[in-house]
Write a protein that binds this ligand. Structure first.
Ligand code: ZN
Ligand code: MN
Length: 449
């Protein structure tokens, strides 16, 4: 199987691509954030291309290791007839970046487009608030060989877009995929709007084509739509050729030129792309790939990690950040940036665990409070009475008490039920308020039992 992707994502800007209408299109009544320019009325004079959109597109292209067009670029009119497009053409630029790479998948080109409006066929209504919102389109070569590879690529691409800070991410994504099997023809599937949807569509389409080929039936070159609710693809139209769009350069829009200085300045300011960061973290901090991926899942988290390891052993910090911190953030449905946890907080916290001022168990309880409370980890530990590790004598006393109070668990233990020991460890933890070291506790309990 060979598969290539075309991914559209909205660029994050305050105003639209060729006018100053605001770009929030969802929380306002239909057809309010519009003007004659984004409706492309006859005689409307578009502004020059939104500079922030152009800069965002250049940054994303650079993060995808693209070459940047060194000559002028400009917008074309791509003609098609659909109610979401009053002018009958969409303004779409020639490539501003090309020949890039993301984890071995070649990026054919990156260009800009304007978003069309939203047509609601069931209501017979069109909302043009979305018209003219800047989009970036990323086109890959057919370098993916399975639905899983396509999914991995999309996940990584969304990470790059998130890192750039210039795109609206998976929520605004619309992907088209083309897929062909050996001996078959190229089929395009349109308008999948999540990574999961794209994966399922590819999986379905792969099986459909395989079955056709097995039966000796020819696969037709066509465009299909994925019906997510039914998990199937259906024929939309026979594939149109590029000529059908009757592309012409848009004479109303000034050409653009990315100057070398501008590109250098973007390169200087852009973050290291996540797929490059993963490789560096593996090498520099000796992390396993999976762990490096977790820690680089968010730019702020990755940056914090690098601050923290100036003072804390990298392996120890990575262990706590990828297991406990990520668990707590996930539970609270928070990003690291939203949690308000600073690198200094993490250093203070990790030092307490490292110096055995608190037990591992207590550490887990403290970190659970860190995104919710504005107090420092030490203040939290004190408030929760978790500072200090109890000595073996106290553990012994608590263990004796736990055994005396739970005869059933004791007999379960002697019958070979492993859970009984865990239960007793839990009782000792409760009695010592989490200040007993689990290792010692198990040892002492076993001896007593
Ligand atoms: Zn407008
Ligand atoms: Mn497009």
């Amino acid at each position: 199987m060979k598969c290539g992707l075309e991914i559209h994502v909205q660029l994050e800007t305050d105003s639209k691509l060729f006018c100053d209408c605001p770009t929030n299109y969802q929380d306002v009544p239909a057809n309010t954030n519009i003007c004659h320019v984004c409706l492309n009325q006859p005689g409307a004079k578009p502004f020059p291309t939104n500079e922030k959109a152009l800069e965002g597109a250049l940054k994303i292209a650079l993060m995808l290791d693209c070459k940047i067009a060194d000559d002028i670029t400009y917008f074309m009119r791509k003609h098609y007839n659909y109610p979401d497009l009053p002018s009958g053409y969409q303004r779409t630029s020639i490539p501003i970046g090309y020949e890039g790479d993301l984890n071995g998948v070649r990026i054919r080109e990156v260009h800009m487009e304007e978003d069309p409006g939203q047509y609601k066929p069931d209501l017979g209504l069109v909302d043009f608030n979305r018209s003219g919102i800047p989009l970036i389109e990323i086109v890959t070569e057919p370098d993916m060989n399975s639905p899983e590879e396509a999914r991995a690529f999309l996940r990584e691409l969304i990470r790059v877009l998130d890192y750039s800070g210039n795109a609206r991410g998976e929520g605004s994504m619309r992907a088209d995929v083309n897929i062909s099997l050996e001996g078959g023809k190229r089929v395009e599937i349109k308008n999948m709007n999540s990574i999961k949807g794209a994966y399922k569509a590819l999986k379905f389409e792969m099986v459909r084509q395989k079955n056709l080929l097995k039966r000796g039936v020819e696969v037709t070159q066509e465009t299909r739509a994925f019906l997510e609710a039914q998990m199937i693809t259906v024929s939309m139209r026979l594939k149109e050729e590029a000529e059908d769009y009757r592309y012409i350069p848009d004479p109303d829009l000034p050409p653009m030129l990315a100057e070398e200085e501008q590109i250098d300045s973007i390169k200087e300011r852009m973050p290291e792309p996540p797929h490059i960061k993963v490789k560096r973290f593996m090498k520099e901090y000796n992390l396993a790939e999976e762990h490096a991926k977790v820690i680089t899942s968010e730019l702020e988290l990755a940056d914090a990690f690098e601050e923290i390891v100036k003072q804390i052993d990298a392996e120890f910090a990575a262990l706590w950040m990828r297991d406990e911190l990520k668990r707590v953030l996930y539970y609270n449905k928070m990003s690291f940036a939203d949690s308000g946890i600073t690198p200094e907080n993490m250093v203070e916290f990790l030092q307490m665990v490292q110096k055995k001022e608190v037990t591992t168990k207590a550490g887990q309880r403290i970190i659970e409070q860190m995104p919710i409370s504005s107090k420092s980890p030490r203040a939290l530990a004190e408030e929760m009475g978790l500072v200090g590790i109890v000595n073996d004598d106290e553990v012994l006393q608590a263990a004796k008490q736990a055994i005396a109070e739970n005869p059933e668990a004791v007999s379960d233990y002697h019958e070979g039920k492993k859970a009984a020991l865990n239960f007793l460890v839990g009782q000792v933890m409760r009695l010592t308020r989490g200040k007993a070291e689990p290792g010692n506790t198990v040892q002492i309990l076993k001896e007593l039992l």
